[in-house]
Design a protein around this ligand. Structure first.
Ligand SMILES: [Zn+2]
Length: 373
């Protein structure tokens, strides 16, 4: 068997030490023993990548977890320490630590005690900041609730609330802007009232029918109020946007509502020839290019990117087994966030963590449950 030379591997994967190399070699040998022969250098390199990818993940997690108490303080008090109750900057003294490891302060001016987490996404939690950081890492890895709860040693309900706290924080911070050639098309998800059967009466009034059991077929054929319409837009710089526009077909009014402020003026809007985009295009100085089903592509204009994006969001949402429609927007945001190919994992996790720490809105469990749609 040809040995993979150290030089080759080092060239491919920078920063590997000799124990990494041993690990890779042993993987190749194990495969050889199993009767899998690696004939090309290309496949050897792939094995090398797989062997180190688990290690890299752990390293990444460690580097994120090195963000600690300081990260909250830096995020919250980037312009200097101030009293979160009265806003004064003088007369603030340290006053021990909270159980979760956070520095506590006392304001001599108003007498209030506070930590960097007061009124932030972390308030009301007794978990240490390190647990929160691990959870953010799990979000980036698209972990399911049970997996994330196990990894962080927290209850599933806590994990559920944390997930939506982070996504709410990201939503406030993230403003997507599509430009250039923008492909727009809608897709549908079955309306699910999961976790909201107590309010099924309200839903029945809203949508004209009673709650459906999980996995059930919708009652009527074609587009109806049983289907949540998700408006999607993708530009050629890999920016993507999706949001629940309501139920049933996408109308001009819905388009105006969801895409205003999302598509730059004077962009080119590619759609499938549905007339409802006409007004929006006109009002926003957009060049409208309609591609009908038989045509598929006209020069550089097509809907391939938005169509494959539909598959991406469907696959993402389906792995979470019966996402309730009221949380669908949060899952779409999460999907957009983790699919962003141009962003490195480290930066993604860092930003997610900082955003959630800087988020000043206090989120309670009931807020999470009442959120969206
Ligand atoms: Zn004060």
């Amino acid at each position: 068997m040809n040995q993979l030379t150290k030089e080759e591997i080092l060239q491919q994967l920078l920063g590997l030490n000799s124990s990494d190399l041993l690990e890779i070699e042993s993987t190749i040998q194990t495969m050889h023993k199993l009767g899998i022969n690696l004939t090309s250098n290309k496949s050897k390199k792939q094995v090398a990548k797989i062997s180190v990818s688990n290690k890299t993940k752990e390293q990444l997690q460690k580097s994120v977890i090195s963000l600690n108490q300081d990260s909250i303080e830096n995020a919250r008090f980037s312009n200097g320490l101030y009293c979160i109750s009265c806003g004064c900057v003088d007369g603030i003294v340290k006053n021990g630590k909270r159980k979760n490891g956070l520095q506590k302060y006392k304001c001599k001016n108003c007498g209030h005690y506070f930590s960097g987490a007061k009124d932030s996404v972390l308030s009301g939690t007794h978990k240490r900041i390190e647990v929160w950081e691990t959870f953010v890492w799990c979000m980036n890895e698209k972990y399911t609730l049970s997996k994330a709860a196990e990894k962080c040693n927290i209850h599933r309900n806590t994990a559920f609330m944390w997930r939506h706290k982070i996504l709410n924080a990201l939503r406030d911070k993230e403003k997507v802007m599509l430009g250039g050639i923008v492909e727009a098309d809608d897709t549908f998800f079955l309306v699910s009232y999961k976790g909201n059967h107590k309010n099924a009466g309200n839903f029945a009034t809203l949508y004209g029918r009673a709650a459906r059991k999980r996995g059930g077929e919708n009652h009527t054929k074609g587009l109806s109020h049983e289907q949540a319409c998700v408006a999607c837009g993708v530009d050629r710089s890999q920016h993507s946007f999706s949001t629940v526009a309501g139920t049933a077909a996408l109308t001009s009014e819905k388009i105006e509502k969801v895409f205003t402020g999302v598509i730059q003026k004077e962009s080119v809007l590619c759609t499938d020839g549905v007339l409802s985009y006409n007004d929006f295009a006109q009002n926003n100085n957009l060049q409208l290019e309609t591609i009908n089903a038989t045509e598929k592509q006209r020069g550089i204009y097509h809907l391939n990117n938005v169509n494959s994006y539909h598959s991406v969001i469907k696959a993402f949402v389906s792995q979470f087994k019966g996402v309730s429609t009221k949380y669908l927007n949060n899952y779409l945001l999460w999907c957009n966030w983790v699919q962003r190919k141009k962003m490195k994992d480290k930066l993604r996790i860092d930003t997610m963590l900082k955003t959630s720490l800087e988020y000043k809105g206090k989120i309670r469990y009931c807020d999470v449950l009442l959120g969206a749609l």
